[in-house]
Design a protein around this ligand. Structure first.
Ligand code: FES
Ligand code: FES
Length: 174
């Protein structure tokens, strides 16, 4: 019988328990064991950013994180960005401004941009560029992506009411 580990964690604000082979990455467990396939499988080398998720609100490359290290922690994937059946304003801006074309890179960009806007309410273009530097896109040339993040800032995306409450509740738990 194959060895399995069993952990409890929080994924997209829901408590989850999952069993998996101990060598699996967070990316593999999300996609193969939790059926959350929005997080994309790219290079598996930490070079493309397609697999980015938030771990305790900070962006990580899930292809480089062992899932067993995530016991008791909070993971946010692209599936967790929409709230109350409404897209996150970043998602709306990406769709409206052509920042998502083939879409393969888009989940990684969106979760990374969300983390930036949660920390900085009005980042400069240079700060946006720096925060997204680890995410590669073959389609857009990046301009539309930067413009979409700025549009989301303008529309008040970064201060969606539910987000700060969730974050502060987590900080109190810590
Ligand atoms: S798949 Fe993780 S960085 Fe490319
Ligand atoms: S939209 Fe195709 S790789 Fe970015």
């Amino acid at each position: 019988m194959k060895q399995q580990v069993h952990i409890a964690l929080n994924v997209n604000n829901e408590p989850v328990e999952v069993s998996f082979a101990p060598y699996k990455t967070l990316l593999e467990v999300l996609r193969e064991d939790l059926n959350l396939c929005g997080t994309k499988h790219g290079c598996e080398l930490g070079e493309c950013g397609a697999c980015a998720v938030l771990l305790d609100d900070l962006p990580v490359l899930s292809c480089l994180v062992l899932a067993v290290e995530c016991a008791g922690r909070h993971v946010t994937t692209i599936e967790g960005l929409a709230t109350d059946a409404r897209l996150h304003p970043l998602q709306e801006a990406f769709a409206d401004l052509g920042a998502a074309q083939c879409g393969y890179c888009t989940p990684g960009f969106l979760v990374t941009a969300k983390a930036l806007l949660d920390e900085h309410s009005h980042p400069t273009r240079d700060q946006i560029r720096e925060a997204l530097a680890g995410n590669l896109c073959r389609c857009t040339g990046y301009q539309q992506i930067f413009e979409a993040v700025e549009a989301a800032i303008q529309s008040g995306a970064q201060r969606a009411e539910v987000e700060p409450d969730t974050r502060s509740a987590r900080q109190e738990e810590a």
